[in-house]
Design a protein around this ligand. Structure first.
Ligand code: LMR
Length: 394
């Protein structure tokens, strides 16, 4: 039977990881997959995570199943982290999922169950795996304009015009902060305008928030999500702990359904638990438990927040260094957008040919759409990248 299978195109981000590994050049620079790296190129285990793991080893006396929704304390901690006091706790149904991707996948499945003909509006561009999962599930996708190739900011008028074509029962996928792959984000006034369109059209927002704390700060990065959740009748939120807790391989995420109708919450909660049961039964617990311990212990939380601020500061410094070096080399301000972008990524805004040229000539690995992981840089490689960008005539 398996001869009927056809080859799947490789994931553009993950294929690059392998190409980078296979490149023997010492000077190679990895700006591919979205993983934080310190100045030595290491993706460290955060201090608070290590401490929590030690504490857990001492106190954990069973690994029996949790509930289908995971430990409710994890959901509570994550609802507090993402939503703060923006909505009442009893307005939120929530389950632990295997990573942010697990939450995204089940959010789309939930939409399909509720509304088989729903279209999902996605930013052009968006994280490639959004498109891959939607394609796999046979969901109708509509692109909305997002990235302005000229300014490397948001094409806000285009975005609003396209979102106005959504209808009640459609879903609009939004990146809560640190847009992946562009790094270009809306300000809060623009978010309010998006909310007005959502209310006008009746489309349901789904927020993917995978980089909270990597942009302008933990609360600042959640501000748009909180504004949306407190303004619309219903929304979906997929949150990841991979990046801001540095626990990539633990697969820790959460899917929330926020509804102004607290009566609907039980049905939403039961449906989310049902989806977990169909897909994998019980969600992974180790990472979720560490996150819960960190968020509910004053000392661990303070240490985690301090380290997250260091991480965020490092990425902002690298952005400024790169923009300054490019200004020096080009004698122009046209790369100033790199310092304006937020989060782990910036889309340079050049052709695939130039991306390949930089890879072949300078061993610079960025994703084919010219997405760069800023955290893959350090003080030594910033000038190398800047020179490669100028040499390629970007
Ligand atoms: C990325 O965009 O690089 C990360 O979200 C990792 C992934 O799974 O693609």
């Amino acid at each position: 039977m398996f001869e009927a299978l056809t080859a799947r195109p490789p994931d553009s981000i993950l294929a690059l990881v392998q190409m980078y590994r296979d490149d023997p050049r010492q000077t190679k620079v990895d700006l591919g997959v979205g993983v934080y790296k310190d100045a030595t190129g290491l993706t460290p285990i955060m201090r608070a995570v290590k401490t929590a793991e030690k504490q857990l080893w001492d106190v954990q006396d069973t690994k029996v199943y949790t509930g289908l929704a995971g430990d409710p304390a994890f959901s509570d901690a994550m609802i507090n982290l993402v939503l703060g006091t923006a909505v009442a706790r009893d307005a939120v149904a929530s389950v632990a999922t295997p990573g942010g991707t697990g939450a995204v996948r089940q959010a789309f499945e939930l939409v399909q169950m509720a509304r088989p003909d729903a279209r999902v509006f996605v930013s052009d561009p968006t994280w490639p795996n959004h498109l891959s999962i939607l394609g796999y599930l046979n969901v109708d996708v509509v692109n909305y304009r997002y990235f302005d190739e000229e300014t490397r900011g948001v094409d806000f008028d285009g975005m609003i015009a396209d979102l106005k074509t959504a209808k009640s029962g459609d879903v609009v996928l939004l990146h809560g902060c640190c847009h992946n792959p562009t790094g270009a984000n809306l300000n809060l006034t623009q978010w309010q305008a998006v909310i007005d369109v959502l209310l006008e059209t009746g489309a349901v927002p789904m927020i993917d928030i995978a980089y909270q704390g990597f942009g302008d700060g933990l609360d600042e990065d959640a501000a748009a999500t909180r504004l949306v959740a407190s303004s619309v009748p219903e929304c979906l939120i997929a949150a990841s702990c991979s990046k801001n807790f540095g626990i990539y391989r633990e697969r820790t995420g959460v899917l929330m359904v926020v509804s102004q109708s607290t009566q609907a919450r039980k049905l939403h909660q039961d449906t989310l638990a049902f989806l977990n049961r169909q897909n994998f039964s019980f969600p992974p617990d180790h990472g979720a438990r560490l996150v819960t311990m960190i968020l509910t212990d004053d000392a661990l939380r303070a240490d985690w927040m301090a380290e997250l601020e260091e991480v965020r500061g490092n990425m902002l410094d690298l952005r400024s260094q790169l923009a300054a070096e490019l200004q020096r080399l080009s004698g122009s301000d046209r790369f100033g957008f790199l310092a304006q972008h937020r989060g782990m990524f910036s889309r340079l805004g050049t052709t695939q040919d130039k991306v390949i040229e930089m890879r072949e000539k300078h061993a610079i690995y960025m994703v084919g759409d010219s997405r760069m992981n800023i955290a893959g840089l350090n003080a030594q490689t910033v000038p190398i990248l800047a020179q490669a960008i100028i040499d390629a005539g970007v």
